[in-house]
Each structure stands twice: as C-alpha cells, then as structure tokens.
Design a binder for this molecule. Structure first.
Ligand SMILES: Nc1ncnc2c1ncn2[C@@H]1O[C@H](COP(=O)(O)OP(=O)(O)OP(=O)(O)O)[C@@H](O)[C@H]1O
Ligand SMILES: [Mg+2]
Length: 347
C-alpha cells in the first residue's frame, strides 16, 4: 500500500514548486521554478514581482510535474497547497490554482502550513516504489526550523501536534544571512554566498552573542549591526575588508547560537531525535556543529538533502499525505493567510 498520491503546490514566496508525493513519503515528481536570478538583480525579493512570476510559472511547473511522474488526473487522490505563512500575492496564486484544480478534477483539497512543510521534508524519500521505505522520524521530535522568514524551535509530539518552544525575537536566521551578505558586498541570497566565503577561512573576529539565556528564543539583529560596525571600521582605517574572515565570524556566531539552544532543548526534553528544516538547514557548518553537539548527548540529527530544505512542493506533499490520512480536508472557501501560525496543539 503506497498511500494517497497527492499533487502538492508551494507558492508562498519566490519559488513555484509542484510535486507529486505518495503516502506522505515517496517523491514521484518534484519541479521547482526558482526566481533567484530575478531577485538577485534587486538584491532582494520585490513581492509584486514574485507574485507575477508565480503566475507565469504555475501552469508549466504543474505540467512538468505530471509529466515527470507519468500520471494522469484520475491517478491522483488529492490536491494540496500552502495556504500560509508567506507573501499574500504569491500565496494567492497557488491557493486559487489549487482550488480550481480540486474543483475541476473533483479531488479533495488539503491545506498545509508552510512551516509544517519544512518540518515534513524529513519524511521525504526518493526511494522508488519497489524499494523499502527508510524509517520514519521518531516522536517526540525536536524541530529546528531555520528559513528566510522564520527561526523556531518546535517540539513535535506526533503528526500535526506541535508546541512552540522558542523563536527569534527579531530577524530570522536566513534574513540575517541575507542582510550580512549584502553588508559584505556578496551576491544575493547571502546564505549560500556567506557559507562559500567562510569555507576554509578563519573568523576575522569573535562577534558578540545575543543575551537570550533562560529561554529558547533567538536574536540575530545585533549580529547584523556588529558586521556593519566591523565593515565601517575597516573603511575608516582605509584597510581592505576581510570579507571571507567576516563571513566566517558571522557564520560561526549564528551556528553557535542555533546549536547551543537546540542541544540544550534536546537534552532537557529528552527527545527521540532532532530534525532540521528550512533554507538555512542547507548550511554545512550548522549541520556539522549540531551533529557534533548532539552526538555528545546521544541524540541523532535528521537533515533533509539541501534541495528539500529550500522551498519545494514535495515537503508540502509530505505534510499533506499525513493530513489526508487523518481526514483533514480544506473547505472550497480556503483562503491564503500571510501570517498563519502552526496549529499549536499540545505536543
Ligand atoms: N547554505 C546556506 N547557508 C545559510 N543560509 C542559507 C543557505 N542556503 C540557503 N540559505 C538561506 O535560506 C533562506 C531561504 O530559505 P527558505 O526558502 O526556506 O526561506 P523562505 O521560504 O523565504 O522563508 P520561510 O520559509 O520562512 O517563508 C535564505 O535566507 C537563504 O539565504
Ligand atoms: Mg520556506
């Protein structure tokens, strides 16, 4: 039994993702049209431009996914879509299109929270139908979601059951990477650019750590200011800016903050495993540091491959598979909700 086969749509920001996932686990197709090149020209996302690009790529990406999986509409059990959080214009494209598809093809509609999608990337596999499925992530699962718009520590007690332990009080980790990248004159998006610049380079300085002790909250806006001051100092002294060294210092500070809080929560709560999700989970230094700190306390780390960490339809299809099995269907009146929170049921 392979479970429900779901066509899943993700358009919350600047990627048009359409995937076909069966049983919440097996990827049969995963097409992503990225707008990174367009937004690199403006050094960041212009929401109106992102929404127009979503409209441009929605139909071709869906067709490509159906072709990749070699399936027809009667082979599908449901249509799933990200209904928030995200940019309203971008979300509206996916939600309207998904509602139209569900109605036309008489399929149930499943609504997914984008953050839940980032977490469910840990359930995905590209094993073929004839290969056995890898084991599912165990509960209770501690999830660190680190993306362009969010930084949250979430305790997951079972499917669809989440407790928010802490989150950023200012910038998200990815946002901090992007802003620091811009200050260092690196290309957009700053996350991969900083990570690349930092590779093999020693930190030029030790940047301050935010004082958020006693909670599972994070703060990254001070780091951005620290980079700004460092860059200004080198300029005033007429010295060359050690871009690679400052990138390494910045990455070290962000990784230290994320790894320290996550390992502390894992130990205190006695979780079965820790799972990473969101674009910043693609960061190799974060993976390595977290894995090493967790191994000291005997906890394993689950990390999806980088291409499932950034926005994609497959992660929405994974979350939707388990929602569908729980009988959770959305009404045809489903709306896009830019500031949608996870349904924080007691974990
Ligand atoms: N290797 C990396 N190291 C650090 N950050 C990275 C890396 N790769 C990507 N990122 C960051 O990940 C972010 C994009 O992640 P993602 O696509 O999940 O965010 P988003 O969808 O825009 O935000 P959200 O999921 O909160 O709505 C960007 O800020 C980018 O700089
Ligand atoms: Mg995202």
């Amino acid at each position: 039994m392979s479970g429900p086969r779901i066509l899943a749509i993700e358009t919350s920001c600047d990627e048009t993702g359409v995937a076909i996932v069966s049983g919440g686990r097996r990827i049969e197709a995963n097409q992503v049209a990225s707008q990174v090149a367009i937004h690199a020209a403006t050094g960041g996302i212009v929401p109106e431009v992102a929404a127009r690009q979503q409209l441009r790529w929605m139909v071709p990406t869906t067709q490509a996914a159906l072709e990749e999986a070699q399936v027809e509409w009667p082979d599908l059990d449901a249509v799933a879509v990200t209904c928030g959080p995200g940019l309203i214009g971008s979300l509206l494209v996916g939600v309207s299109f998904a509602k139209g598809l569900a109605m036309t093809h008489r399929l149930p509609l499943v609504a997914v929270n984008h953050i839940e999608g980032h977490i469910y990337a840990n359930w995905l596999t590209d094993a073929s139908a004839s290969e056995p499925l890898p084991p599912e992530p165990p509960f209770p699962l501690l999830c660190l979601v680190v993306s362009g718009g969010h930084t949250q520590l979430v305790l997951m007690g079972g499917h669809g059951r989440y407790r928010l332990l802490g989150q950023t009080v200012d910038d998200a980790a990815g946002e901090a990477f992007d802003k620091a990248g811009r200050l260092l004159g690196l290309p957009y998006p700053g996350g991969p650019a900083i990570s690349q610049a930092a590779q093999g380079s020693r930190p030029a300085t030790r940047l301050p750590r935010a004082r958020t002790a006693g909670s599972y909250d994070f703060s990254f806006s001070g780091l951005k200011t620290a980079i700004l001051r460092e860059v200004a100092g080198y300029r005033e002294r007429g010295e060359a800016i050690p871009v690679d060294g400052l990138a390494a210092a910045f990455e070290e500070a962000v990784v230290d903050a994320l790894a320290t809080k996550t390992a502390a929560a894992a130990e205190e709560l006695g979780v079965a495993a820790v799972a990473l999700g969101g674009g910043v989970a693609a960061n190799a230094a974060l993976r390595a540091e977290l894995r090493s700190r967790l191994s000291e306390i005997g906890v394993s780390l689950l990390v999806p491959p980088p291409e499932w960490c950034t926005d994609n339809g497959a992660m929405i299809g994974a979350a939707a598979g388990f929602r569908y099995l729980a009988g959770d269907q959305a009404a045809p009146s489903l709306e896009a909700t830019p500031n949608l929170a996870l349904p924080w049921l007691a974990a």
